[in-house]
Every structure is written in structure tokens, then in C-alpha cells.
Design a protein around this ligand. Structure first.
Ligand code: AMP
Ligand code: MG
Length: 343
């Protein structure tokens, strides 16, 4: 199959992409979080192609993307007031809500669950594609399953060229990590995955928020969890990743001590001078956490190379968007962290 490349700002792009979606094929689409691999979310056969293209485990449900908040009534029932308040405040934007699913949503999309995850992305061309297709799109991150997510059209080309119908190029993703996921089906609102909408923002609106243990710890493979995707290895380059915590100086002295040929250092821009001769790769500025979230996956993909032996990674501290960066980096590191202050 020859993959069509479509510029997001070309006037015919939404129509062409919508036609492909309606015909049951896959399109790589930009969003503000990461690039998605999109199909008609109501078409079982089209959704099956997503799982196949990604090599995604069948029990890992997809997010349904809608063009307007009002559309969720077609796919969800028993929608609590909190969902409307959150939609009003944060949509379009990087927040996914898990709600009770109507029978209109195929089991393939929800991976057999009675709930469905819904989101309205903050990306004009993608909302226009959804509107013109006249169906919600199911779209996980476009990366091959288990690998770092796709934050540019080039990343999607790398993983799927010749195997999907089209890719819409909307430039690099603004947020760079996947959406925040909140479960509203379980009494108290529960944070299943941190992202661009922060726990602090959610708490301010809801007045309560439980953080699921899968966010903070590795969970075992057999566990039955609310968000099945959380139990798989995620975001990881081929090499082992070790997070080195502690002050800049202590971390640099630890890393320089253990560094071996073939190792790489993933650090903040401010730290580059400390790693001269140690092939450092900066993924953003520690002083601006949005640059870290925007740059993390491109850096992890660059490090996903058989020649790389081990990655020593520096991770931002604190809440807000840093909480999402910590979550992705810790998962990429399989929660291996060393504290340079006590080494
Ligand atoms: P992604 O691979 O970035 O598209 O992530 C989609 C993630 O959304 C899945 O891996 C799940 O963790 C989560 N998700 C989707 N649908 C549901 C659902 N019905 N209940 C809980 N989590 C869900
Ligand atoms: Mg993903």
C-alpha cells in the first residue's frame, strides 16, 4: 500500500482523510498530545486493523475521539455532572474521561469493557476530519506497541510507511505526552494516567481525586486493572533505562563514574556542560517542563537503537506536567531509579 502524505493545512486534507476513515482504513493523525493511528471507532473491522498495525494486545482498549463534547451522549450513558463540568473546562484538550459505554460502541474498541474512554482533541484539522467522517475515531498513539510514542509525522512514517493509507502532517505535538485519563465510573474520580491536564487542575474542579496505584508503581502482568494498557511495558527504547535522581552535580558524578562505552545520557539542556564527552542528549529545559514533555518521546525514540547499551536519565521533580513526564520516564525505566545523593 502506498501511504498518502497530507499537509494539515491543505484545504482538501480533512475531506480526503475523512473518506479514508469512512472506507475502513487507517490514517495517522496529529493531536496536541501525540500522533494517533485512527480508524472509524464504530467499525469493528477497521478497529481490528489498528491492533494489527500496532501489534497491540487485544485487551488494551482504545480512546474514542469526538469533535464536540455533546457527541459523547451517543456513546455513553449515565454521564455524571462532573463529566460535563470537566468537558466545559478542559475540552478540546488533553483530558480523556472513562464513562459507561452504550451498546453503539463495539466491544473491539472497548476491549470488551462496559466502559468507554472519550476525548475531544485540541487539534483543528483532526476535529474537522472527525466531523466530515461523521463517526468518532478510535485512535491510540501511532507507535508500534511498547515503543516510545509518536510526536511527529516522521515518527509515524518510520513505524507505518507503506502499511497505512495516509498520514496527516500537523507538525510536532504541542504537549508531547498522551492525554490525562480520569475514570468517572467508580464512585470517586480516579486518575488512571497523568498528562497535560494536571492532577492539581482536576482536583480544583472536582474537590476529590484518587490516584490509581498503576500511576505510581509497576503492576504485575496478571493484574486486572481499570486501564488495561497500564500493565504492559511502555514507552521503552531497547536499552535498559536507569533514572538517576539527586542534584545536578551528584547525578553527574554518579553517571560519569559508571558510564561505559555505548551508554547514553538523557538530560536537561542546563546539564549538557556536565556531560561533555559522555554523548548526552537533552530533551528540554528543566526550567520549562513543557519543553520536557514535548521533547521526551522524540528523545526516547532517538535512543531506541541497538547500539545503545544503557541510558542514564534525568527526570524532573514536582507536580503539574512534571508528574506526567515522571510517569512516562519511570515506565520507560521499568521503575529503576537510583538516588545519587546516597550512592
Ligand atoms: P493509548 O495507547 O495512548 O491510546 O492509550 C489508551 C489507554 O486508555 C489504554 O491503554 C487504557 O489505559 C485507557 N483506556 C481506554 N479505554 C478505557 C476504559 N474503558 N477504561 C479504562 N481505561 C481505558
Ligand atoms: Mg500508546
Amino acid at each position: 500500500m502506498k501511504t498518502l502524505y497530507l499537509a494539515a493545512d491543505h484545504p482538501q486534507t480533512p475531506e480526503i482523510a475523512a473518506r479514508i476513515i469512512r472506507s475502513g482504513d487507517l490514517v495517522g493523525i496529529p493531536t496536541e498530545t501525540v500522533y494517533g493511528l485512527a480508524a472509524n471507532g464504530l467499525d469493528e473491522a477497521a478497529v481490528a486493523k489498528i491492533f494489527e498495525a500496532k501489534g497491540r494486545p487485544q485487551d488494551n482498549p482504545l480512546i474514542l475521539h469526538v469533535a464536540d463534547a455533546a457527541d459523547i451522549e451517543k456513546f455513553c450513558h449515565g454521564i455524571p455532572d462532573a463529566a460535563w463540568v470537566l468537558a466545559e473546562k478542559f475540552w478540546p484538550g488533553p483530558l480523556t474521561m472513562v464513562l459507561p459505554a452504550k451498546d453503539t460502541v463495539p466491544k473491539r474498541t472497548t476491549a470488551g469493557l462496559s466502559t468507554v474512554a472519550v476525548r475531544c482533541p485540541d487539534c483543528a484539522v483532526t476535529r474537522e476530519i472527525i466531523r466530515m467522517a461523521g463517526v468518532p475515531i478510535a485512535a491510540p498513539s501511532a507507535n508500534i506497541s511498547g515503543k516510545p510514542s509518536t510526536t511527529t509525522a516522521e515518527h509515524v512514517r518510520h513505524d507505518h510507511d507503506g502499511r497505512i493509507a495516509a498520514i496527516v502532517d500537523g507538525g510536532p505535538c504541542r504537549v508531547g505526552v498522551e492525554s490525562t485519563i480520569i475514570d468517572l465510573t467508580d464512585g470517586q474520580p480516579r486518575l488512571l494516567r497523568p498528562g497535560g491536564i494536571t492532577p492539581e487542575q482536576l482536583y480544583q474542579v472536582l474537590g476529590e481525586l484518587v490516584v490509581d496505584k498503576a500511576v505510581t508503581a509497576q503492576i504485575d502482568k496478571e493484574a486486572v486493572v481499570k486501564a488495561p494498557g497500564m500493565k504492559y511495558k511502555h514507552y521503552a527504547p531497547q536499552a535498559e533505562v536507569l533514572i538517576v535522581a539527586g542534584s545536578r552535580e551528584k547525578a553527574a558524578s554518579y553517571i560519569r563514574r559508571y558510564f561505559a562505552p555505548g551508554d547514553r545520557v538523557l538530560c536537561f539542556e542546563e546539564e549538557l556542560p556536565l556531560y561533555e564527552g559522555f554523548s548526552p542528549l537533552a530533551y528540554g529545559k528543566e526550567a520549562d517542563v513543557n519543553t520536557l514533555s514535548a521533547g521526551l518521546f522524540a528523545a526516547l525514540r532517538e535512543l531506541d537503537d541497538p547500539a545503545v547499551r544503557k541510558v542514564y536519565a534525568r527526570c524532573p521533580e514536582g507536580g503539574g506536567v512534571a508528574y506526567a513526564v515522571q510517569n512516562r520516564l519511570k515506565k520507560a525505566a521499568a521503575f529503576q531509579i537510583v538516588d545519587a545523593e546516597v550512592e
